[in-house]
Ligand binder design. Structure first.
Ligand code: SF4
Length: 496
């Protein structure tokens, strides 16, 4: 199948699952070229229909079947792309293989570097990817050089917030039969990449495999992300021959299953997921005892972009969700702030706070913090690449209490600080409803969990409570005094 990049004549792209079959059939009935592409990461704009002719693309957001009729009629009549009253028009290189820059909230076109193929190229079409400069053969030295400037992204990455190259060198030096695992479990941006731009992820993975001498790449994702699993499986089947073998494994839809060593347990087929004690880490003893690299799709797409473009102009993928009209995944420069990410959504009510950095992220009211890992860490926020918005009617005590209870229910049980600590933390937070507010006890407990748990689950599980103590002291104290300031607690606030 030929590529749609720089195709002759107008091309209609339909982005976003759901209504696409209807929209595709409208185009098919009129014998107008239309293709389905992956999601852009901005569902509020989808189905997003774009019409490209030469160096112009028109954007039609949340496109209905009736609007599609008009668009198709306009294309069939040979009209200008602007004739069907689009929401925006962008001018660009006629051969562009990436989503053009456009002023539509969330798309941030000029910064869509690793997400550039999402919503623009057919996810499982090798010709589209090849036309975008993919399937290159950079060679180990170039890969090692690129890896020095790139830090791993996400808590499922073996190089979380640290450079990639040293780990690759350890894997290479260890010998044996190395493996590369793409850990795409549980993060929205990772699922988006696997579903919308899988070849960008696989390019990064095969480059690492060549670099460390691995003959196998395993893509691991959650059973909950069906579209990601199906798409990357299809993409892997169409991958050019001569690359390492690519296998796709779906793991249980449990939060802890993204932890790197538990991911290995899942890939090996173990039903009981427990974190492995380190050292030795997976880079020495990993999948089936062999040295193993685990990177998230975000890390690998960043590597792929760096190898393709010859620079390390790092960006970050941030998913904004929670009390919002619709969640988005945006790609921003590392110098951007949390406020820039939140600007991409419509907050459902008045903004109160954000839980930054995943399930066990930190609570903050201050959005003037850079999304780069160091400033986030300095602010006691997480670097997982998610921002959960809490609107004004959201009770902080209820929020952090649920996080603590989740941690108590979902930890793997292997180590005492996490297993017992999360239970005690949930109880201490529940005691506040009974008038017993002991911030020193909570802080001490969280400190012990943080410093002595085996894996990141236990290290981070106390962060929502710890940051709530720092940011929402008065609200917690009010509960101990018998009042929920937001009047939203499901539990009766009783002071004994
Ligand atoms: S920190 Fe929690 S999840 Fe990790 S090994 Fe210990 S009990 Fe298991």
């Amino acid at each position: 199948m030929a590529s749609i990049i720089a195709a002759e004549g107008p091309t209609i792209r339909i982005s976003g699952a759901g209504s696409s079959p209807d929209l595709l059939s409208v185009a098919a009935d009129a014998d107008v070229r239309a293709v389905e592409v992956g999601s852009t990461g901005v569902p509020a704009l989808e189905p997003l229909v774009t019409v490209t002719d030469g160096d112009e693309t028109a954007f039609h957001t949340a496109c209905s079947t009736a609007e599609m009729d008009t668009i198709v009629a306009s294309v069939a009549a040979g009209s200008d792309v602007r004739a069907a009253e689009p929401d925006a028009v962008a001018e660009h290189d006629p051969d562009t293989a990436r989503f053009p820059a456009v002023d539509l909230s969330g798309l941030g076109g000029d910064r869509r570097r690793m997400l550039g193929g999402a919503g623009w190229r057919r996810p499982t079409n090798p010709a589209d990817h090849e036309a975008a400069g993919g399937f290159g053969d950079p060679g180990p030295d170039a890969v090692l050089a690129a890896g020095e400037a790139i830090h791993g992204r996400g808590w499922g990455d073996i190089c979380q917030d640290t450079p990639l190259t040293p780990t690759w060198e350890t894997v290479r030096d260890t010998g044996g039969d190395p493996a590369v695992v793409v850990n795409g479990h549980g993060n929205p941006a990772d699922a988006l990449l696997l579903a919308s731009a899988p070849y960008d992820v696989l390019d990064g993975a095969t480059a690492v495999a060549d670099c460390v001498g691995a003959e196998a790449v395993i893509v691991y994702a959650s059973t909950a992300d069906e579209r990601a699993v199906e798409t990357v499986r299809e993409a892997a089947a169409e991958h050019p021959e001569g690359s390492p073998a690519i296998d796709v494994v779906a793991g249980p839809a449990e939060y802890r299953a993204a932890e790197p060593t538990m991911a290995l347990e899942a890939v090996e087929g173990n039903h009981r997921l427990e974190a492995r004690i380190r050292p030795p880490g997976p880079e020495s003893v990993g999948l089936h005892g062999q040295p193993t690299v685990l990177h998230t799709p975000r890390t690998l797409a960043q590597l792929s972009a760096s190898l393709r473009d010859g620079d390390a102009d790092a960006t970050r993928a941030v998913t904004v969700q929670g009390d919002v009209a619709a969640p988005v995944t945006v790609e921003l420069a590392a110098s951007a702030t949390l406020a820039d990410a939140v600007d991409a959504v419509a907050v459902d009510g008045e903004f109160k706070a954000a839980c930054v950095g995943g399930r066990f992220g930190g609570l903050t009211r201050d959005l003037d913090v850079s999304i780069a890992p160091e400033p986030l860490t300095d602010a006691d926020l997480g670097t997982e690449g998610t921002v959960q918005i809490l609107a004004a009617d959201r009770c902080v005590l209820e929020f952090v209490g649920k996080r603590a209870q989740f941690a108590a229910d979902e930890n793997c049980g292997r180590c005492v600080p996490c297993r017992e600590g999360t239970t005690q933390l949930a109880e201490l937070l529940r005691d506040i409803y009974d008038g017993s507010y002991a911030p020193e006890d909570i802080e001490e407990l969280v400190r012990v969990m943080d410093t002595s748990s085996i894996c990141a689950f236990g290290v981070e599980a106390g962060r929502p409570a710890r940051t709530a103590l720092a940011e929402f002291e008065a609200e917690l104290q009010a509960h101990a005094d018998g009042t929920c300031p937001t009047d939203s607690c499901p539990e009766t606030v009783e002071v004994t």
